[in-house]
Ligand binder design. Structure first.
Ligand code: DCP
Ligand code: MG
Length: 370
């Protein structure tokens, strides 16, 4: 029998920003349930409860191995009564009855489907549900007026609800980099968000753009967007200006809890052609054509023949995709952020996340800091 003193307890710093952000979660069963309850609270506009569940989940994610008993949790920060009840339920019964019943509820299911539309938040979804709209079909038949974002969101619903792979994020990085250097040589671009933390998949791809000389970034966003648009890469875009200096509250008094960097929310059209082009960037030329199609009988001929057959394999792949009726592109959510170099470090930190360690866009943070 283990005495109280021998129970090994975990130790986790109370501030999320003092913890290492890990991709290895040993307590997914617990954190999935807490995340679901957090999501349900957020979708029901109960931000405080949402934050409490998120914080509890973040602490469990930081543990070096699976939790097996409640006593191990003693002394851990951010675990409120409600979260502890949920954890206890799972440890004793294998599942959280609250999380399970939430997952099955008509309201949660409808909120998930409707907020899965890009441009639809908790408020809109709630209004629609109160009007009896619970799904996409009903929404389409209802004759509700949709704004431009929501129309695009509905049109590309399936694609935008598919996770984005790291490989596709890299292809898009390459395209955005081409855009950035074409419109302003010397400008720099960084992949941010979940992919910068090392995630292998994400719900969107985020980029931060700057220029090493303060002020040169002014006017950059519209140029990047025009370039991307002219090349046919954008299915949708909406740019918001940098509202830092013109904010009526003045610097340091944000009127909303969003940051005020210039930002572009977009939907990218990622084609099979672009995917193949960046798969072997060393053989791609400026106009996108490969340079290896005519093998000459010279010392390098073996290399060229093998490259040639690789290209032919790819052509075949595309043909097969076409024949199978698959479309040759997918829609991907891409966020672009421009910051002056003087604010780059803060933008980079804020946009790398995680959400819990920064709590930038939650009402709770306003309550605490104001
Ligand atoms: N962010 C934040 N507060 C939020 C949402 C986001 O501080 N409420 C920051 C941290 C995130 C970054 O912005 O890393 C990008 O936001 P995303 O919603 O794209 O989140 P991730 O990129 O981390 O994850 P994913 O895109 O895979 O869902
Ligand atoms: Mg992201």
């Amino acid at each position: 029998q283990t005495s109280q003193a021998e129970v090994v307890v975990f130790s986790v710093p109370s501030y999320a920003c003092q913890r290492r952000s890990t991709l290895e979660n040993h307590n997914a069963v617990l954190t999935d349930a807490l995340a679901l309850l957090a999501e349900n609270a957020e979708l029901s506009e109960e931000e405080g409860r949402g934050v409490a569940f998120r914080r509890a989940a973040a602490v469990l994610k930081a543990l070096p191995r699976p939790v097996t008993s409640m006593t191990e949790l003693r002394g851990l920060p951010c675990l409120g009564d409600h979260s502890l009840r949920v954890i206890k339920d799972i440890l004793e019964n294998g599942a959280s009855s609250e999380a399970e019943s939430t997952k099955q509820s008509e309201r949660y299911k409808a909120l998930k489907v409707l907020t899965g539309i890009f441009g639809v938040g908790a408020k809109t979804a709630d209004r629609w549900i109160r009007e009896g709209i619970l799904g996409l079909q009903q929404l389409q038949e209802s004759g509700q007026t949709l704004n431009r974002a929501q129309q695009a969101g509905l049109e590309h619903y399936d694609d935008l609800n598919q996770p984005v792979t790291k490989a596709d994020a890299d292809v898009i990085s390459e395209i955005v980099e081409r855009a950035v250097v074409s419109v302003l040589p010397g400008a720099q671009m960084t992949l941010i968000g979940g992919f910068r933390r090392g995630k292998q998949s994400g719900h969107d791809v985020d980029f931060l753009i700057t220029h090493p000389e303060e002020g040169r970034e002014v006017g950059l966003m519209p140029k990047v967007v025009s370039w991307l648009e002219s090349q046919g890469f954008l299915l949708y875009q909406k740019t918001t200006r940098n509202s830092y200096l013109e904010s009526k509250d003045g610097p340091g008094r944000p009127s909303s809890n969003m940051d005020r960097f210039e930002r572009c929310f977009s939907i990218f059209k990622l084609t099979e052609k672009e995917r193949r082009r960046t798969k072997h960037p060393e053989t791609a030329t400026e106009n996108g054509l490969r340079t290896v199609s005519t093998p000459e009988p010279d010392p390098h001929s073996r290399v060229q023949i093998s490259e040639r057959s690789r290209c032919e394999d790819e052509e075949l792949e595309v043909d097969q995709t076409k024949q199978a009726g698959h479309k040759l592109w997918r829609a991907v959510r891409v966020d672009l952020v421009v910051s002056p170099i003087s604010q780059f470090a803060f933008a980079l930190l804020g946009w790398t996340g995680s959400k819990v360690s920064l709590q930038r866009r939650t009402n709770i943070s306003e309550l605490e800091f104001n």
